[in-house]
Design a protein around this ligand. Structure first.
Ligand code: ATP
Length: 299
């Protein structure tokens, strides 16, 4: 029997995040174009006496190690469905910034699910795994599938999208995190009394992705949460300006922030932009990477 399974899971950037008005249940309808990027967490699951979570990496201290951890919740839910005792050690090697708007927690949930499925030999169908992911959170199904996808509903109903080339990105990590619910509350406050349009995916943006055309993608990226993130974290405007001045084709807040994303024309420019961002003193770190990246993968 397999005793240890490691799964690698990517972070994401939202190249479009269109947000509708608050629904009666408090959620928002979204049109969410996800692109998986090459920053990864690794989740390793090993049989143990009882459920235990550990985490390593620069942001590890901010990761909850109890049963609220999305990796633990994924293991518990799969075990419940198959009548298994979820006695495993889940170790997370964390490279995705925590509370950064890059779906790091969601990545760990999807990774733990796939890893436990392999360790226990449950062989859950893809649809069942996706169903569990959707229960865990709106961004979790995308972490499982990777690539590029359009998410509708709360973001969890996914349609895979074609990507015709490689996009080069720089991500600037901020000094502190931003809570996703707080950013949605600020969105609601700023839009109070206004008519918020139905969220719809931009066809021009989908075409730019399909062609692999970075210039066209830069002209069409959008994030309706950006004004709310900037309102809660005004210094992010300086990071965005520093990246634009260094040659980024587009600069935007990633998801609910505070990580900022910079689309570069090529790999060389991405390095230059990362250097300029660090030198500007407006971020904690800057990482160069590419997209699309594959979804959760057993190593
Ligand atoms: P998203 O982009 O999906 O809105 P995020 O990247 O902004 O998410 P996460 O890193 O997923 O934020 O973490 C949000 C919060 O979730 C953390 O502050 C933490 O309390 C909790 N959390 C639960 N499980 C995890 C996990 N495995 N890794 C990181 N945070 C987790």
């Amino acid at each position: 029997m397999t005793e240890t399974v490691t799964v690698r899971v990517p972070a994401k950037v939202n190249v479009q995040l269109a947000v509708g008005g608050a629904r009666p249940d408090g959620f928002h309808d979204l049109a969410n174009v996800f692109l998986a990027v090459g920053l990864y967490d690794e989740v390793t699951v090993t049989a143990a006496d009882e459920l235990r979570v550990t985490c390593a990496g620069p942001d590890a201290a901010q990761v909850p190690l109890d049963r609220t951890n999305l990796a633990a919740r994924a293991a518990v839910e799969l075990a419940r469905r198959y009548g298994i005792d979820p006695a495993v050690h889940l170790h997370i090697d964390k490279d995705i910034p925590v509370a950064g708007g890059m779906a790091g927690g969601s990545a760990d949930g999807a990774g733990a699910l796939l890893a436990c499925d392999a360790l226990w030999g449950t062989n859950a169908s893809r649809d069942e795994l996706l169903g569990i992911c959707a229960e865990l959170g709106s961004d979790v199904p995308f972490s499982l599938v990777g690539g590029a996808a359009l998410g509708t509903g709360r973001g969890e109903q996914l349609r895979a999208l074609e990507v015709g080339g490689t996009f080069h990105w720089v991500f600037a990590m901020a000094e502190r995190g931003l809570s996703t619910p707080a950013v949605f509350r600020e969105f609601d406050r700023m839009n109070h009394g206004l008519r918020v349009p139905e969220p719809v995916a931009s066809q021009d943006l989908l075409d730019a992705l399909a062609k692999g055309d970075a210039g066209a993608l830069a002209r069409t990226v959008s994030n309706d949460l950006q004004p709310a993130a900037l309102s809660l974290f005004p210094a992010l405007a300086d990071t965005l300006a520093a990246g634009r001045a260094a040659g980024a084709l587009a600069a935007l807040v990633s998801g609910s922030g505070p990580t900022t994303a910079f689309l570069a024309p090529d790999a060389g420019s991405a390095k230059t932009i990362a250097g300029a961002l660090l030198a500007s003193g407006t971020c904690r770190s800057a990482r160069v990477t590419q997209s699309p990246a594959p979804g959760a993968t057993v190593l």
